[in-house]
Design a protein around this ligand. Structure first.
Ligand SMILES: Nc1ncnc2c1ncn2[C@@H]1O[C@H](COP(=O)(O)OP(=O)(O)OP(=O)(O)O)[C@@H](O)[C@H]1O
Ligand SMILES: [Mg+2]
Length: 286
């Protein structure tokens, strides 16, 4: 996956190597991940797509250090996930946003400000030359919330927000922490199509400026292609990588792309990989 122009000898920022994960706490063991490799270069947006149960969330949890692989290894900038978590390098946006109900939108983003300040100093020191300025937006919660379309609801509490607003608040908070890598597990899956499209474009706008390394799980082919540099397609039974599609669309990306032939070509390639994977699963189950 590190084969895009300009990568050169760049080391993957997130590396999952030959990871296997079997859950054996049920009536029979489930192989959630079978020899999975994933490489994400610094500053790239990579989506993971695949049928339900193919191990997408398991893969994110391994990268986040929330679970250990049975075999294989995970490294974030050369560190173990445990060490990367200790150093606040990893941000996680789950499917259901975990906001503090007694704080307003701004309060939820500012709640970890002290951590933010330390993170900012660390990020600024760690950023490659020329990238230091990128921290400015993430260091300004109000600007960040405005860019995510939440400028009018800064003082509402989570209970007074729509699902889409809650999810964008959670995304703002994750960016505000200035993680080195941001993991998102289907953050837009509960939104209607138009709200989802708007949220995708706002996320693209913020990401374009911050260029955080992202691993994004989704079920939507269009969303994966629109947002990503690379789409990793997974298959189920056992959970494995079926193939990858490099998305050669120029950035910054805009809403006009949604109707473009070039986007549809990429969607078609992802869909083909998904249906091959689905047919293989159906054959092995019969
Ligand atoms: N803690 C667990 N204990 C036992 N089995 C688990 C556990 N977590 C996940 N699994 C199983 O591992 C497989 C992969 O689950 P995972 O949640 O990673 O899939 P997914 O691709 O994220 O699915 P979805 O798209 O529905 O979210 C599934 O068969 C699931 O039932
Ligand atoms: Mg999942």
């Amino acid at each position: 996956m590190g084969d895009q122009p300009g990568d050169g000898a760049e080391q993957p920022f997130v590396a999952v190597r030959d990871a296997c994960k079997v859950y054996d706490d049920g009536p029979r063991p489930v192989t959630a991940l079978h020899h999975v490799d994933l490489e994400v270069p610094r500053g790239r947006f990579v989506s993971v797509i695949g049928p339900s149960g193919c191990g997408k969330s398991t893969l994110l949890r391994l990268v986040a250090g929330l679970e250990q692989p049975g075999s294989g290894e995970v490294r974030i900038c050369g560190e173990t996930p445990a060490r990367a978590t200790e150093r606040k390098m990893i941000g996680f946006v789950p499917q259901t946003p975990a906001l503090l109900p007694w704080l307003d939108v701004l309060g939820n983003v500012r709640v970890l400000e002290k951590v933010n300040r330390a993170a900012r100093r660390r990020s600024a020191a760690a950023a490659p030359p020329g990238e230091q300025g990128r921290c400015d937006l993430a260091g300004d919660p109000v600007a960040l919330l405005r860019r995510l379309g939440l400028g009018d609801v800064l003082h509402r509490r989570p209970g007074q927000l729509s699902g889409g607003m809650q999810q964008r608040t959670a995304i703002a908070r994750a960016f505000a922490l200035q993680p080195q890598v941001l993991l998102m597990d289907e953050p837009f899956s509960a939104l209607d199509e138009f709200t989802r499209e708007a949220a995708q474009l706002q996320l693209l706008d913020v990401w374009q400026e911050l260029r955080t390394t992202v691993v994004f799980v989704t079920h939507s082919i269009t969303e994966a292609v629109l947002l990503s540099d690379t789409v990793v397609v997974m298959a189920a039974g056992p959970g494995r990588v079926a193939g990858t599609v490099q998305v050669g669309l120029d950035r910054p990306r805009h809403s006009g792309l949604l109707d473009s032939a070039v986007l549809h070509e990429h969607e078609h390639r992802v869909r083909e990989l998904l249906s091959d994977a689905w047919r293989a699963e159906a054959r092995s189950a019969s």
